[in-house]
Design a protein around this ligand. Structure first.
Ligand code: SF4
Ligand code: MG
Length: 326
């Protein structure tokens, strides 16, 4: 397995108390596989990924338990140097906001080339040639003429392509993309997502696609983990999740993919807000918003991830059978 996260716990110390942002998350990504991690903001999907990338190792964030196995080695226990090397060369991350990830006063060609100078000892001219190659690779028109342009001279979609190029530069084994298309127009979103999926297949990388939007991952993900209040509440191969969701929260998300009803109103299926992570409700954390909730849901123990749902499937709902329509 390329990446295996096991029972990960992350907490943040705040003035109001300990925020349990990630509460025992496990997931895996095989070589060449795409895992979509879906959830509202505050569900812990980004924090889990940041723990994998090692950008949470600073207070107030703290990894409170679990394992992060990359190609079989636990990133939380191996030596610092080795860990830095793995995270620098074998993993890459793409963020939502390219403008704040790119340096505004350096040309994109310089920033792309720097990857090769720093990590591969390339000369200036070789690095520049590689930068142009990468810009071509992510289909930036007239790469040769644009290599000296600055980030603000590119459109949002083109900047996101540059982020993808940066991530690909060292040919990592794993890419984590956190809401990579959220800031873009819908048509540009689809183009960028298609490009990412195509490159991922070509390079046979593992890809973790973090999103709040089920609509954007349907065509590119192999499997989906749905997160709520710092836990995974459903795991499923992508087609099955769409066809037969086994958790009421997933059902709600599917129903709230933006579309208009006959009267032209937007349908919003899930009422209420995600819980405050300082005070996660007892029992099923989703119960205050769940249309199927009943007495047993309000009390501990929390529903475990029931694996009887099917091959590669699980649901943290006591009533998954009912939900799935069995
Ligand atoms: Fe809803 Fe109860 Fe299932 Fe939680 S366990 S999702 S509250 S039915
Ligand atoms: Mg986020």
């Amino acid at each position: 397995m390329l990446l295996e996260v096991r029972d990960l716990r992350v907490e943040f110390r705040t003035r109001d108390g300990i925020v349990n942002a990630v509460n025992g998350v496990s997931y895996s990504v095989a070589e060449g596989e795409t895992l979509a991690v879906l959830g509202e903001s505050g569900s812990g999907k980004s924090v889990t990924a940041q723990a994998v990338m090692g950008i949470l190792d600073v207070p107030p964030g703290r990894i409170a338990g679990g394992q992060i196995l990359f190609q079989g080695r636990d990133l939380l226990t191996i030596g610092r140097e080795e860990r830095r090397r793995i995270r620098g060369e074998k993993m890459a991350m793409i963020f939502q906001d390219a403008l704040s990830s790119l340096n505004p006063v350096l040309s994109v060609g310089f920033q792309l080339g720097e990857m090769f100078r720093v990590h591969r000892g390339a000369s200036r001219s070789a690095a520049r040639a590689r930068a142009i190659e990468l810009m071509d690779r992510v289909r930036i028109p007239a790469a040769k003429e644009r290599v000296n342009d600055y980030p603000h001279q590119f459109s949002g979609g083109m900047r996101q392509r540059i982020m993808i190029a940066m991530a690909l530069a060292l040919e990592p084994d794993l890419i984590i993309a956190d809401e990579p298309t959220t800031a873009l127009d819908v048509t540009v979103q689809a183009q960028v997502m298609d490009l990412l999926a195509e490159l991922q297949r070509e390079y046979r990388m593992g890809l973790i696609l973090i999103t709040h939007d089920l609509g954007v991952v349907a065509d590119v993900a192999d499997k989906i983990a749905v997160m709520y209040a710092g836990r995974i509440v459903e795991n499923a191969p992508v087609k099955e999740l769409y066809a037969r969701p086994a958790h009421p929260y997933t059902k709600g998300l599917l129903d709230s993919i933006p579309r208009l009803d006959a009267k032209g109103k937007e349908l919003l299926a899930i009422k209420g807000l995600p819980p405050n992570l300082l005070r996660i409700p007892a029992g099923c954390p989703f119960h205050p918003r769940c249309p199927l909730a009943r007495e047993v849901c309000r009390h501990d123990p929390r529903p475990p991830l029931y694996e009887a749902v099917g091959e590669g499937r699980s649901s943290a709902c006591h009533f998954w059978r009912e939900t799935i329509g069995e």
